[in-house]
Design a binder for this molecule. Structure first.
Ligand SMILES: O=C(O)[C@H](CS(=O)(=O)O)OP(=O)(O)O
Ligand SMILES: [Mg+2]
Length: 253
């Protein structure tokens, strides 16, 4: 799906929403979106103390990287598998202590999307849990053209598209009411599959955790380090509220 369009009322940022297979050229700035579940899981890994996440090309690469780096945490989607330490579930990951650890992650959609734009000058990975920080970072960087990679269902995954459009609106300075976007994600095929237990390696809380808006105050930046694509958190504090002048109060601005 190609829906190049200027966004918001302000016209400051041009956003394009593309599936992985539609990436004909390397974008300058890419936001790779996987709500259910790769980048919700990645955010939880950082929330639990992980230092970095290496995005791997294949399950075999995960195991090879782990073999060469004792202590790394091997993670993939699907059911628990020999040699792997974790699955792609925020509900299961949130009880792990990952302080100082390196996670190696391979999933069906999210990690593939990030690797597809590894040559971009700025790559952010996102879901609703880091939506606000991701939008703030795009604003801080002055990004005027952003390609959102909608990783699920060949660019049509409703949870990813809704999240991408929401981040684009916030980055563009438009109103930040997320209700309609979250409702679309809650009604997605991915949410239904997780609720019905179709997707293996899951926890009953996974959908709710994937729909937690701004759960974390950091964005997630991916960059090539020594031939691997490495994801790291970057704190993006919300700006302090502007004081409202109070008539008659000489101490107010
Ligand atoms: O683990 C997930 O939820 C999915 C698995 S699949 O795409 O439904 O097979 O992977 P993700 O890359 O996180 O979308
Ligand atoms: Mg997904």
């Amino acid at each position: 799906m190609t829906t190049g369009q200027p966004l918001g009322d302000h016209g400051r940022m041009e956003a394009r929403f593309l599936g992985i297979a539609e990436l004909a050229e390397t974008p300058s700035v890419a936001v790779v979106v996987d709500v259910m579940r790769a980048f919700t899981v990645a955010a939880w890994a950082f929330g639990r103390g992980a230092e970095k996440i290496v995005l791997a090309e294949s399950p075999d690469d995960v195991l090879a990287l782990k073999a060469g780096n004792p202590g790394w945490v091997a993670l993939k989607d699907g059911p628990p598998a020999p040699g792997f330490d974790a699955v792609n579930s925020p509900g299961l990951l949130r009880s792990l202590d990952l302080r100082g650890r390196t996670v190696v992650q391979k999933t069906t959609a999210g990690t593939v999307g990030a690797l597809a734009v590894k040559e971009a000058s700025l790559v952010l990975c996102a879901g609703f849990v880091v939506a606000g920080a991701t939008a703030r970072l795009l604003r801080q960087q002055g990004c005027d053209a952003v390609t959102f990679v909608v990783t699920g269902e060949e660019g049509r995954a409703e949870e990813d598209l809704a999240c991408a459009q929401y981040i684009a609106r916030r980055a563009d300075g438009s109103a930040g009411d997320a209700t309609a976007f979250l409702r679309r994600a809650a009604g997605s095929r991915a949410a239904a599959e997780l609720t019905e237990g179709v997707r293996l390696g899951s926890h009953p809380d996974d959908v709710a955790l994937c729909l937690e808006l701004d759960r974390f105050p950091f964005a997630m930046v991916a960059a090539v380090e020594e031939a691997s694509m490495v994801l790291r958190p970057r704190a993006v504090p919300a700006p302090a509220p502007v004081p409202v002048p109070v008539p008659g109060d000489e101490t107010s601005p």
